[in-house]
Ligand binder design. Structure first.
Ligand code: FES
Length: 329
């Protein structure tokens, strides 16, 4: 508005970018805007609601698959349907029902003309229709978002109970026998010079006789290499007496990502992990000397019982296997 317009009380009131007669009618507008084709608006409304309903169906399918135990391909399919339907609904909604140009608020003379009053009445009545349609869209959108949110609660179940001390302790303890894979106790002389034997903690043959039922995952976690190196192992600080009769015992699980460390190079006293070539020095507390592993293989303190069988003198010096979120030793 120019300075002269402002001084002239008879000058028509307008807006920036508008002529004195008010804003120009939009070239294109929302499907449910004034003057829109009601059939086109109905089709657009059905398309948006269909997107939301497809999303709802996908979310329900996702919840059912989770509930029945999960299946990765189906979960991916239903999640794609739920997210795709939701996205399609919102995109169509914005394209078909939102204004396509900047909205300006026109300033009109206070007294409305008959023509403006009629137009307002038309728009108001049209607005009632718009509000009714928006209710349907809002409800179907709410249904889709709610269903997807409920379906995504199911993965929380798969987090399961916390493992407690299960990752930090094994069945080894003072006096637990070391046995071979066929459950035979081991004598010191069963391991030759430069020899390696894979052993496990002995568990009761009859679960009823055990203080607690044997847990297979503990047996797997506690596989142990019993080695008789030709050199003399250098005891780590505070670990005097952890070896017996030239035998030393280490966890068989690589501390990188848990592969079994099965290759022993007797002439160099090195244990090699076949997965990513981490190498551990048997004479130096199974310290990693090469490869991605950063922690030594946990050592097991061992001794002999009165009959010469090898027994554990306690649990591993550290949790066996790779790292986890609250590993503290
Ligand atoms: S698991 Fe042993 S080096 Fe990676």
């Amino acid at each position: 508005m120019t300075g002269s317009d402002a001084d002239d009380p008879e000058a028509p009131r307008g807006c920036l970018g508008c002529s004195g007669d008010g804003p120009p009618p939009p070239a294109t507008g929302p499907a449910d805007g004034p003057g829109a084709d009601p059939h086109a608006a109905r089709r657009a409304e059905v398309a948006v609601a269909t997107g939301f309903l497809a999303s709802t169906a996908g979310a329900i399918g996702l919840a059912v698959v989770y509930w029945r135990g999960g299946q990765p391909q189906l979960e991916g399919l239903f999640l794609a349907l739920a997210l795709g339907g939701l996205g399609l609904g919102f995109v169509l909604w914005s394209r078909r029902f939102m204004p396509h140009q900047p909205v300006v608020e026109a300033r009109h003379p206070i007294a409305s003309t008959e023509e403006e009053i009629d137009r307002f009445r038309d728009e108001f009545e049209q607005g009632e229709v718009i509000l009714t349609r928006r209710k349907l869209l809002v409800r179907t959108a709410g249904l889709a978002v709610g269903a997807l949110g409920a379906a995504l609660l199911f993965p929380l179940r798969s987090l399961g109970p916390r493992p407690g001390k299960g990752l930090k302790e094994t069945p080894y303890g003072r006096g637990v026998y070391l046995v071979t894979a066929d459950n035979q106790r081991v004598r010191a002389e069963d391991v030759n010079r430069d020899g390696v034997l894979t052993v496990f903690p002995e568990v009761a043959a009859d679960p009823e006789e055990a203080e607690e039922p044997p847990r297979p995952e503990h047996q797997a976690d506690s596989s142990t290499l019993l080695i008789r190196p030709s050199g003399t192992p250098r005891p780590q600080r505070g670990r005097d007496g952890w070896t017996v009769d030239g035998l030393v015992a280490y966890s068989k699980l690589c501390t990188h990502v848990g592969c079994p460390v099965g290759l022993y190079q007797a002439d160099t006293h090195l244990l090699l992990c076949p997965c990513h070539q981490s190498t551990f020095d048997v004479l130096d507390g199974a310290r990693p000397v090469f490869g991605p592993a950063t922690r030594p293989l946990p050592q097991l303190p061992i001794g002999l019982d009165a009959e010469g069988y090898v027994v554990a003198e306690g649990d591993f010096a550290a949790p066996p296997g790779p790292g986890f979120w609250d590993r503290d030793r």
